[in-house]
Design a protein around this ligand. Structure first.
Ligand SMILES: [Zn+2]
Length: 445
């Protein structure tokens, strides 16, 4: 077991019943805070006939109305500008502006007070510590420090632990790689798309093998589910000769989950959040190991923009591991966020999670990292096309690759695809988050 400031043996190994009591008290406190200070929550609960005092037991939490992104968008623009009536502190106390970076829809604006900001950095510090970050680490941050929250809190969390942080903000990819090499950086934080893209650029443009010529031995990947998709994790770990850990959160919710050194799944940061899982169709709670559902999150102790029973529409699956070997009693999810309720879709009557396609594509070593999925409708029949790239040295093996791809796809997703093979480098590349799944059926109606 590890020692140190961000290993809290009292809170992190609490027996489940005690942890539940702690979460309940924290839930009551944030509920009262929001009711008393946020006009949005006050109205929401009054209309539902609920007062904070009505929540007397843990099971009463389910009586509290859920919130979702569309509500947050709707109140935005009303005073106080630009956050609207959700704001639960005087505007003068706001010290940071951020906005959501999702791939769809109007962004949601997010205020932080200095205290909330500390809280965010603190929550990341617990996770980074669990991933083995220590004061001797020198961490390179290859992201554009911008209005998106991205790795900002990761930067401050690493400083809190005592690591040395190199902000690689405005440098281009090649300059970042050279700087990492010069300074012998031991760790980095980036999206899976960029982790793979950097290794590729290093090899092709600079003749640098990230696994052999650089010193990076730990990578924290966030922003996309890749680090918990086994085939994508394997690609990243091999390209860098490093351990890759998943980290997950959202602007409205904060950072709620992390992978520890045992790499046994996604731990929920249960002293900072209450995470409930609900059946997508019935809305009933799902608590059994192996059970899947949509995640509803409450964030404790973040005051400016309270997040209470927020329906994230992220699909998750409870792990069957009772207790992680790291010693933490925080519950685990298998595979982190395995899909979005909006993306999990029926194709030809079969439920399909786009992450399953990624797992297949990236398990075939002759294929490049990029792929595109397009769902269309011809008459009444769904069609699904998958575009992949063949690495130049394997161009002659298209037939055998195709056979394996077809078999694996059928096995994992129960569907037949129209396959398109492209030259390496043909498919679009995104710098940060990639939108690789497109459903054109809705537009056809
Ligand atoms: Zn663990």
């Amino acid at each position: 077991m590890t020692e140190g400031k961000y290993w809290n043996p009292v809170l992190e190994t609490l027996p489940r019943e005690k942890l539940r009591d702690l979460q309940f008290r924290k839930f009551q406190r944030i509920l009262r805070w929001a009711y008393d200070n946020s006009p949005f929550y006050h109205r929401l609960y009054r209309e539902a006939g609920l007062e904070p005092g009505d929540v007397k037991t843990f099971d009463d939490i389910r009586k509290v109305p859920k919130t979702e992104k569309s509500q947050l968008r709707a109140i935005q623009g009303k005073p106080p500008f630009p956050y609207g009536e959700i704001l639960a502190v005087p505007l003068e106390q706001v010290t940071e502006f951020r906005q959501t970076s999702g791939t769809t829809g109007q962004p949601v604006y997010h205020p932080e007070t200095w205290q909330d900001w500390e809280w965010s950095a603190e929550s990341w510090a617990y996770a980074l510590y669990a991933q083995g970050y220590r004061p001797h680490d020198r961490i390179f941050m290859p992201f554009g420090y911008s209005i998106f929250i991205a790795f900002w809190a990761g930067h401050y969390a690493a400083e809190k632990i005592g690591c040395e942080v190199i902000p690689g903000g405005v440098l281009d990819t090649e300059a970042r790689i050279l700087k990492m090499q010069e300074l012998k950086a031991t760790a980095l934080m980036a999206t899976p798309t960029y982790v793979l893209g950097m290794a590729d650029t290093a090899k092709k443009r600079l003749g640098i093998d990230a696994a052999k010529d650089l010193n990076v031995r730990k990578i924290t990947a966030a922003g996309e589910p890749g680090a918990l998709i086994p085939a994508t994790k394997k690609r990243m770990e091999e390209a860098w000769g490093a351990k890759v850990y998943d980290q997950v959160g959202a602007t409205e919710i904060g950072h709620w989950g992390f992978e520890c050194e045992a790499q046994a799944g996604e731990h929920i940061l249960e002293t900072f959040h209450l995470v409930e899982v609900e059946d997508v169709e019935t809305g009933e709670p799902v608590t059994k190991p192996g059970g899947q559902g949509s995640m509803v999150v409450t964030t404790f102790d973040r005051l400016a923009h309270p997040c209470i029973r927020f329906d994230s529409k992220d699909i998750v699956e409870w792990s069957t591991i009772e207790r992680c070997e790291c010693g933490r009693t925080f519950r685990l999810f298998n595979g982190g966020v395995i899909g979005r309720a909006d993306d999990i879709t029926k194709v030809k009557g079969v439920l399909l999670a786009p992450t399953a396609i990624e797992e297949v594509v990236r398990s075939i070593p002759e294929l490049g990292d990029e792929y595109q999925v397009v769902v269309t409708k011809k008459g009444d029949i769904d069609e699904i096309a998958l575009k992949v790239e063949i690495l130049p040295e394997h161009k002659r093996e298209t037939k055998s690759i195709e056979e394996r791809l077809v078999n694996q796809l059928r096995l994992r997703t129960n569907l037949r695809y129209d396959l398109e093979f492209h030259e390496y480098g043909d498919l679009p590349r995104a710098a940060l988050k990639s939108r690789r799944f497109t459903d054109l059926r809705k537009q056809a109606h």
